[in-house]
Design a protein around this ligand. Structure first.
Ligand code: MN3
Length: 203
């Protein structure tokens, strides 16, 4: 069984001006594709993964680093494309998710600030996450490299419902060294409807 690169649900230029078309094209057609290709290569000769990428993440401690890095890369980017959408179409969180956000973080703005902060202060490459923890509460954390909270030995375990890529390849052409500016701008292209769907599915 081989993993495949999912199609982007929008064009490369659809997230302009927040994320430029060149960045999107390189990010999807080269970076994400390389994670998929290298994951399939790394799985050759290993115990076959049982079907889904989620299942592979949940058993990642049994696999070598190449499976962790590339499998994480495939899962993380697949989620990232799902939770983005063109500016101006970003719906608000559902009533149910909004209630959980308000009771946990105080407000949506406070949640955004918390995620932006953990993303901006992640040293080197990694991801910032909004997750549903085992007790069904919402939590925010970041992870290094292509790790994620689904991994069985994650530092911050949970089911991700929103993930933001803070690798330089995600923003450098437009924002250069100003990662906080990228993290501030990205909130206008978050697909809150999809995040809300992922929240209900994770409960
Ligand atoms: Mn990336």
């Amino acid at each position: 069984m081989a993993f495949t690169l999912p199609a982007l649900p929008f064009g490369y230029d659809a997230l302009e001006p927040v994320i430029d078309a060149t960045t999107m094209e390189i990010h999807h057609s080269r970076h994400h594709k390389a994670y998929v290709d290298n994951l399939n290569k790394a799985l050759e000769g290993n115990e076959a993964a049982d079907g889904t990428i989620e299942n592979l993440m949940a058993n990642i401690s049994k696999y070598p680093a190449a499976v962790r890095n590339n499998g994480g890369g495939h899962y993380n980017h697949s989620l990232f494309w799902r939770i983005l959408l063109p500016s101006g179409k970003s719906a608000a969180p559902s009533a149910k998710l909004a209630e959980a956000i308000n009771s946990t973080f105080g407000s949506l703005d406070a949640l955004k600030e918390k995620i932006s902060t953990v993303g901006a202060t992640r040293f080197g490459s990694g991801w910032a996450w909004l997750c549903v923890a085992a007790d069904k509460s919402l939590c925010v954390c970041s992870s290094p490299n292509q790790d994620n909270p689904l991994m069985d030995n994650a530092e911050c375990p949970g089911i991700p419902i929103l993930g933001i890529d803070v690798w330089e390849h995600a923003y450098y052409l437009k924002y250069q060294n100003k990662r906080p500016d990228y993290l501030n701008a990205i909130w206008s292209i978050i697909n809150w409807e999809e995040v809300s769907n992922l929240y209900v599915a994770a409960l």
